[in-house]
Design a protein around this ligand. Structure first.
Ligand SMILES: C[S@@+](CC[C@H](N)C(=O)[O-])C[C@H]1O[C@@H](n2cnc3c(N)ncnc32)[C@H](O)[C@@H]1O
Length: 295
């Protein structure tokens, strides 16, 4: 198995985490392990790393790929980060730094285990569950939700201008929509040509379905709050987001903590990838890093 995901804003994140070798760090979004392994390298045997991912395939990959590096001070847990508190109970010390690198990994997009995260994987079913134990797939949403609710979903979570038209067309053709390709072709038919920029017109619809299937925004809100409460004094919370809905939640949450005098904002200017990083890893283009330090 090869490593597919290139960690985004890696050196910036490591700098902001300000790792002390005996400290306790949590990577809430393990993915291909790119950030975790660099944190681990900076720890002494007394330091601790807890890495979490809700996708069992990410856990399986990292345990195999990094089998030589697995160590007593590195715990890897298959869990949603909204339940981070339950994993941390057994640790005697409070975390000095917590990282969230949100969204999907390149592995999930390219080797999805037939879950249809990417609008480019035409033959895959419309599943989109990062945690395969979740009950509702993307196709279930298309079937179960009435047209009006589907339209609201595309508008609210995809900021899709043609949400009404797309929802109507989906409900009229629902028996023929089973795969990624079925949905992307329908969106292509429905969205006026002028709206079809160089980016795939289905991307907003896919983002909206994925957010709802995985309850991403609620998990983020809960995960942020639990993470901040768990942090040690002077501990840092670093969050990398990839779209405006996530970023707004992070920004508002951080601003409230700063206003209430509970935290200091370390990223007065948002940290974004350099042109060089975007050139070598185009998927990093929309990344934004925000960091606070607990008082
Ligand atoms: C962008 S990738 C992280 C990549 C990783 N930093 C690396 O360098 O390889 C995001 C990962 O977070 C996981 N994830 C997303 N939301 C999650 C949540 N609420 N709880 C746990 N894991 C989550 C996804 O399954 C995915 O593997």
């Amino acid at each position: 198995m090869e490593k597919i995901h290139t960690p985004v804003l890696l050196s910036e994140t490591l700098n902001y985490l300000n790792i002390s070798q005996d400290g306790f760090y949590i990577d809430c979004t393990l993915g291909d392990g790119g950030h975790s392994i660099e944190i681990l390298k900076r720890l002494s045997p007394n330091g601790k790393l807890l890495s979490i991912d809700q996708d069992q395939y990410a856990i399986g990959f990292v345990k195999e790929y990094y089998k030589e590096q697995l160590a007593d001070n590195w715990e890897i847990a298959n869990c949603n980060f909204s339940k981070i508190d339950t994993l941390v109970e057994k640790y005697p010390q409070k975390p000095n730094g917590i990282l969230m690198d949100l969204g999907l990994s390149s592995r999930q997009l390219e080797h999805s285990h037939n879950r249809g995260f990417s609008y480019q994987q035409e033959s895959e079913p419309l599943d989109m569950r990062m945690d395969t134990k979740l009950g509702v797939s993307a196709k279930d949403l298309l079937v179960v939700l009435p047209e009006k609710e589907l339209s609201t979903l595309f508008f609210r979570y995809g900021e899709e201008k043609y949400a009404n038209k797309i929802a109507k067309a989906i409900k009229e053709n629902i028996t023929n929509i089973n795969t990624v390709g079925d949905l992307t072709r329908l969106v292509f038919r429905v969205v006026p040509a002028a709206h079809q920029s160089s980016k795939n017109p289905s991307r907003r619809v896919f983002q909206a379905l994925r957010i709802v299937v995985n309850d991403e925004l609620d998990s983020l809100q809960i995960g942020l709050d639990k993470s901040f409460k768990l942090l040690n004094s002077k501990g840092r919370l670093c969050v990398i987001s990839f779209h405006s809905l996530e970023d707004r939640i992070v920004k508002n949450y951080f601003n409230n903590l700063v206003e209430s005098g509970e935290a200091i904002l370390l990223t007065k200017e948002i940290i974004a990838p350099t042109d060089q990083e975007v050139g070598s890893n185009p998927r990093s283009a929309s990344a934004k890093l925000r960091v606070i330090e607990k008082i």
